[in-house]
Design a protein around this ligand. Structure first.
Ligand SMILES: Cc1cc2nc3c(=O)[nH]c(=O)nc-3n(C[C@H](O)[C@H](O)[C@H](O)COP(=O)(O)O)c2cc1C
Length: 160
């Protein structure tokens, strides 16, 4: 709805999305850590995305398709999966990676680095592998001090 047609109720409904979009706009980089719930992102993360992915605000519709309106920036995503991608009981179906890649690109964020940690509910063998993956990933990111400071908060609880 065009802004000049909105009433008080409409503007009230847009207050939270505006805060969330402003937060995203002001970020130099984005770090998203999330578990997988039923093959994709949890409903709270989906709700956040539904607030920030908005026509004429974070993307525009053109004849060539949707074009993102946010400036691109480094965005790191850590996905925690209880199962493994190789699980024969449906574990291979992981919509989160293509979904997040597509939805962030829709709003203009294409510089995405996704780390998938698998088998977190499958015992020590997987914990060792995922810890190594996480360590290697953190090492690669360690050139940016601010990022390492944030990541440490997910790193240490995970070690215990
Ligand atoms: C409602 C729910 C659905 C889940 N669905 C999946 C799933 O589809 N695939 C998977 O690998 N793990 C699934 N899990 C396990 C979580 O991904 C796993 O617990 C996560 O890796 C670790 O995060 P946590 O320690 O915060 O629970 C699910 C967990 C919950 C609570």
């Amino acid at each position: 709805m065009a802004s000049d047609k909105r009433n008080e109720a409409h503007n009230g409904a847009l207050a939270l999305p505006e805060i969330l979009i402003a937060e995203l706009e002001s970020a130099d980089c984005v770090l998203l850590t999330t578990p997988i719930h039923n093959f994709t992102v949890p409903s709270v993360l989906k709700a956040w995305l539904d607030h920030v992915v908005r026509p004429r605000r974070t993307f525009k519709l053109t004849e060539a398709g949707k074009v993102g309106l946010l400036r691109d920036r480094p965005t790191w995503v850590v996905l925690a999966c209880g199962d493994t991608l190789a699980d024969e009981h449906g574990g291979k179906v992981y919509f989160a990676t293509p979904y997040l890649t597509h939805v962030f690109k829709t709003i203009g964020i294409a510089d995405l680095d996704i780390l998938v940690l698998q088998g977190l509910n499958r015992g020590d063998k997987y914990h060792t592998v995922t810890q190594l993956q996480l360590d290697r990933w953190l090492e690669q990111l360690s050139t940016t001090r601010a990022v390492v400071a944030i990541l440490t908060t997910i790193h240490w609880p995970y070690r215990t």
